[in-house]
Design a protein around this ligand. Structure first.
Ligand code: C2E
Ligand code: MG
Ligand code: MG
Length: 738
């Protein structure tokens, strides 16, 4: 991921984190308010429907009540018409009507418009004699009733006898003797307004918080004649209903007293919506933030992994992997641009010594400082990498000539050789630097690295602490030798060696008396290598010391595993091992660690090794012998030593070299030499072993020559411990006792 892309992602995430919660807030708020508003409208609608029903029911109660009371006038009117204006039965008629219809205050008869008869009369006496047609306030309705021959309603108004009431007047028309119709008078019914209202639920509703107002309109002015409160303006949900009355209309208005709890509930609902919106905003923010945080975590881990994969954790420099990648790219760019680049391959001289003497922590500290010094002397555009334990590389792009690279190499030498303080110690390390140029010395990374490595080795061989350019004369053999030497030193650390054993057979008893330990190198790519491929290198490079120590220890340990107390293991000692001052200590440690006795071990020293310094050799052999260990002279006959010199050696065994045995059947001279060696050996009290017995014929000849023992493919090739164990179980139940 590029930095710009990363920055864009971070910016977009931040924007999303700000905008989306805000949008969520707005949407929730909007939806919430719409819901609250709908709920509120629904509630108001319901209230107004309830109110309409209520007003309707109250209005119809009033109307029903009025028409019931008016119906009494029709009955009275009919009876008077039947009696042809005779009023003597009025009281009995009125009583019957009054009792059967109910909800009326009184019934009246007013012949010629003058009230003369009232039932019941008590309390209404004052009305007797009242001339309706002459009363200004009553005259209009009365005249209208006569004109229209219909019942008219008068009032509500104040009665002369007190109280507010409505009167229904029904005009009565009779016929005279001539058959002409004339106005007789009125049959009226009086109903107190209070009685009318008490027939409704208006007063009960008033106590429950409802308000009402009853009015009619006369001469276009509204006349309120009954009301629950002075002013209905404050009421809520006001609903009106018209009540049809004879010669006019009444209006019933009803409403509810203001209900503060409803407003509080509304306020609370809005508050709830706001709170919910805030909550949704927070949840949206948290939900959005989570994957972003996760992404950040993944990015961090990826970065860390990237660093681990491509950078050296100790020095923070590029590791081998990244370096190879960068090298390949730089070679391609250099080639494309027609320029030149340099690769500096640097190895610290004797770093192992510092690591071993001061400890790994100090070693690490030193590598860190070297890394820093290297980075400080090159340019920013150059690349420095740690590609192995104490191996560093520097890539210098765009150099003109090798002189530029040499200049950098000099600066590196100067910077590194300055003393380094490690705890209380002040140490000084030097590097050996190999330089290759591209495209001059190679155009691919493997080739360049190989050549730089080669040049670095040539710097090492050139007294170290210097730099060398790659030269084509560093031929393939040198290269292979150098590579082998390097691999061999790693093989010691990686424990890539194995031991094979070859039986040594007693010719008298045909039993295996000893086994020779022969080392092999399990090479990671080349497979199992015989000692001929590497022992000489090991000898030359001093690596034979650790390899030999390993062989000695393993040979003793594996003999112990065989659990054959009379079997002797022979181990080859190289000339350099033989002159190692620690040899005796190493041998003793090997015996002790394996838990075997000195007489179970035989050490083979080549004739040539002995001849180099006979006096010293005798000294060492004596010390070895003092431990009970047996001594064999290996490859005898090849070193041109005089047989007479043998008598001074504290040896036990003489091994006749394979060279004499090889063509013993054909060459008479070899036959004679072998016979002499055997005879000589016997004279000196040595056990003689013939090496390289491959055929029965060879075996026959050396047996006839009284050779003591034989070793060769005829019996067995060198084999691993498991195979040897099988061999021993099959071929020999008991080892030969000398
Ligand atoms: P060597 O000590 O003389 O060992 C005998 C060599 O002759 C072995 O070769 C063995 O495989 C080979 N050989 C035995 N019988 C026959 C046979 O019948 N025919 C043929 N053609 N060869 C036979 P190898 O294992 O390759 O070892 C070669 C030499 O390497 C050894 O010669 C010894 O000098 C050296 N070597 C082996 N192991 C070690 C070791 O651990 N330390 C040292 N310093 N040198 C070792
Ligand atoms: Mg040997
Ligand atoms: Mg030999």
């Amino acid at each position: 991921m590029t930095n710009t892309f990363k920055a864009n992602v971070v910016h977009n995430n931040a924007l999303r984190l700000r905008i989306l919660p805000f949008i969520a807030f707005l949407i929730t708020l909007l939806v919430g308010l719409v819901i609250v508003n709908n709920y509120h409208s629904l509630w108001e609608k319901e209230q107004s429907m309830l109110m309409s029903e209520l007003v309707g029911s109250q209005a119809s109660t009033i109307q029903r009540h009025l028409s019931r009371s008016f119906s009494s006038t029709y009955i009275l009117k009919s009876l008077i018409e039947i009696d042809n204006g005779d009023v003597k039965n009025f009281n009995s008629y009125a009583k019957n009507i009054f009792n059967s219809i109910g909800s009326i205050t009184n019934l009246q008869l007013a012949p010629n418009g003058i009230v003369e008869h009232i039932y019941p009369l008590a309390g209404h006496e004052k009305a007797i004699g009242h001339n309706i047609l002459k009363d200004d306030k009553r005259r209009d309705e009365a005249a209208l009733a006569i004109t229209n021959r219909e019942l008219t309603l008068a009032g509500p108004f104040q009665l002369v006898q007190g109280g507010t009431a409505v009167i229904g007047r029904n005009p009565i028309f009779l016929k005279n003797a001539a058959g002409e119709e004339y106005f007789w008078g009125f049959a009226s019914v009086l109903t107190y307004l209070d009685d009318l209202l008490s027939a409704t639920d208006l007063n009960t509703l008033k106590s429950k918080g409802y308000q009402y107002q009853l009015s009619n309109t006369t001469n276009e002015t509204e006349n309120i004649f009954a009301q629950s409160h002075e002013n209905m303006g404050a009421a809520e949900t006001i609903v009106k209903k018209t009540i049809e009355v004879p010669n006019g209309k009444w209006l019933l208005c009803m409403g509810r007293e203001p209900q503060p709890w409803h407003h509080i509930a509304l306020g609370l609902q809005i508050l709830l919506v706001v709170c919910l919106s805030v909550l949704v905003t927070y949840i949206t923010y948290a939900l959005l933030r989570r994957p972003i945080r996760l992404q950040q975590l993944v990015d961090q881990k990826t970065d860390a992994l990237h660093k681990l994969a491509f950078y050296d954790p100790l020095t923070k420099l590029c590791n081998r992997r990244l370096f190879n990648d960068l090298l390949t790219r730089m070679i391609a760019t250099t080639e494309r641009d027609g320029k030149r680049m340099a690769l500096l391959y640097l190895d610290l001289d004797d770093f192992k010594r510092i690591n071993d003497s001061l400890g790994h922590e100090s070693g690490d500290q030193l590598l860190k400082i070297i890394g820093e010094r290297l980075s400080s002397v090159v340019r920013k555009s150059d690349i420095v990498a740690r590609i192995g334990g104490d191996e560093f590389c520097a890539l210098l792009p765009n150099i003109q000539t090798g002189v530029n690279a040499a200049h950098v190499a000099e600066k590196i030498l100067e910077a590194i050789e300055k003393p380094v303080k490690l705890g209380t110690h002040s140490v000084r390390v030097t590097p050996s630097i190999g330089i290759t140029l591209a495209p001059d010395d190679g155009t691919d990374s493997i080739q360049l690295l190989k050549n730089a490595d080669l040049a670095m080795y040539s710097a090492k061989e050139n007294n170290r602490n210097n730099y060398q350019f790659f030269e084509h004369k560093l031929n393939t053999n040198t290269l292979e030798r150098l590579i082998l030497e390097r691999e061999l030193s790693q093989a010691v650390e990686k424990n890539e060696f194995v031991l094979h054993f070859q039986p040594q057979v007693c010719l008298l008893t045909q039993q295996t008396k000893g086994i020779e330990a022969l080392v092999r190198w399990q090479h990671p790519s080349k497979g199992l290598l015989p000692p001929g491929d590497f022992i000489q290198f090991a000898e030359d490079s001093r690596l034979i010391i650790p390899i030999g120590t390993w062989v000695l220890e393993q040979a003793c340990k594996q003999l112990k595993q065989l659990d054959q107390p009379n079997l002797i293991v022979s181990v080859n000692l190289s000339p350099r091992q033989f002159s190692d001052p620690n040899l005796l200590t190493t041998i003793k440690a090997a015996l002790t660690n394996a838990g075997i006795e000195g007489h179970q071990l035989e050490l083979e020293i080549t004739e040539t090794a002995l001849m180099k310094n006979m006096a010293n050799a005798i000294q060492i052999l004596k010390q070895i012998k003092a431990l009970g260990i047996l001594i064999a002279i290996d490859d005898f006959g090849t070193g041109y030593s005089s047989l007479s010199q043998l008598k001074n050696l504290p040896a036990d065994t003489l091994k006749i070299d394979r060279e004499f045995i090889k063509d013993i059947t054909e060459r008479e001279d070899n036959k004679v030499i072998t016979e002499v060696i055997i005879g000589m050996g016997h004279k000196l009290g040595l056990t003689v072993i013939a090496e390289g017995i491959e055929t029965e014929e060879q075996l026959k000849i050396i047996t006839q020559m009284k050779c003591d023992m034989a070793q060769g493919y005829f019996f067995s090739k060198p084999i691993n411990l498991e195979a040897l164990n099988n061999y021993l179980s099959e071929k020999q139940k008991k080892p030969c006792l000398s």
